[in-house]
Design a binder for this molecule. Structure first.
Ligand code: ZN
Ligand code: ZN
Length: 306
């Protein structure tokens, strides 16, 4: 069984799905944010400003900044309803219509009777968006919170801004628990760049599609045809009998993870192909792959169900 990102036709397009501009609390105007991502070799990006009233509920129009070899997805970071810690949800929505209706979030404080996080996430999905639970560790999200966001397609498992700004980048802990409960989820790495600190060009998705258009990218995101990276390339992942065969750019570790304590690593030098035996993963209903290069940078596959 080959992961769909490596069996579907097309090529990989590199993109950042989580970015802010000075339409909300980012440091740079939208045009300059798009220019920098394009200059850094990205094929696409989504500007996802904070969708709250004090910023005018922005859904940034990045269409003017599309160019040859570079496209944009329309999106926003949605905030509504309290998480169990009493703070507002942060929900990433990419592929929103420009006229997505505001709720009742004048700022980042909870309002009586406001739309819940699960409600605004479901509304975004109904409007056509790819939706992810943003930065679970930074948010202080509980498993019960994450469980309640049933509309989400994905969990943000690495957030570069949260890594650099507060050393809380992780979403794998929550994602792995949800996968074990049977949730069908994909995993995204993002920047969450504000350009107010070194929070950019550190985590991205590689999306497999036949063309670099918003429609094709969005469809591929929703169907999980992508992997995430900080640098290494994943070239193939095949589950075959009681082993996983991984092809990648040169790495020093290839790790397969599954439910509970299930995990197995293979270490080496400049490895571009590794076979990871699955004995340690027992009957885990799902598997995923991490590769780590000599500089410590990682790439992560989406999970696959066995
Ligand atoms: Zn956020
Ligand atoms: Zn953000």
């Amino acid at each position: 069984m080959r992961l769909s990102a490596f069996s579907t036709p097309g090529r990989f397009w590199r993109g950042n799905l989580h970015t802010h501009s000075n339409l909300s609390d980012g440091a740079l105007p939208p045009e300059e944010v798009c220019r920098r991502y394009r200059a850094e070799g990205y094929d696409f990006m989504a500007l996802t400003d904070h969708f709250v009233g004090c910023f005018g509920y922005p859904v940034a129009d990045t269409v003017p900044f599309r160019a040859e070899g570079f496209t944009t997805l329309i999106g926003a970071e949605l905030h509504s309803g309290p998480m169990s810690n009493g703070e507002l949800w942060h929900i990433l929505a990419v592929g929103l219509p420009p006229d997505f209706a505001p709720g009742n979030a004048p700022d980042f404080r909870v309002q009586p009777g406001m739309e819940t996080g699960p409600e605004i996430a479901a509304r975004a999905v109904a409007a056509g968006a790819f939706v992810a639970i943003a930065h679970p560790q930074w948010s202080g999200l509980t498993l019960a919170d994450a469980r309640s966001l049933t509309a989400a397609h994905a969990v943000e498992v690495y957030n570069h801004g949260c890594a650099m700004g507060c050393d809380r980048p992780d979403g794998f802990s929550i994602a792995d628990l949800l996968l074990t409960e049977g949730r069908d989820l994909s995993l995204i790495a993002t920047d969450d760049a504000h350009f107010s600190e070194p929070d950019h060009f550190g985590g991205w998705v590689m999306v497999k599609a036949t063309e670099n258009t918003p429609e094709a990218l969005l469809a591929a995101l929703k169907s999980g045809q992508f992997y995430s990276s900080q640098g290494p390339e994943l070239r193939d992942v095949v589950v075959e009998g009681n082993r996983v065969i991984v092809e990648s750019s040169a790495v020093v570790s290839v790790i397969v993870q599954g439910a509970g304590t299930g995990a197995k690593a293979v270490h080496g030098q400049s490895m571009t192909r590794a076979e990871v035996p699955l004995e340690r993963l027992g009957a885990s209903p799902w598997l995923r792959v991490t590769v780590i290069d000599a500089a410590g940078r990682r790439a992560w596959s989406n999970p696959v169900r066995r």
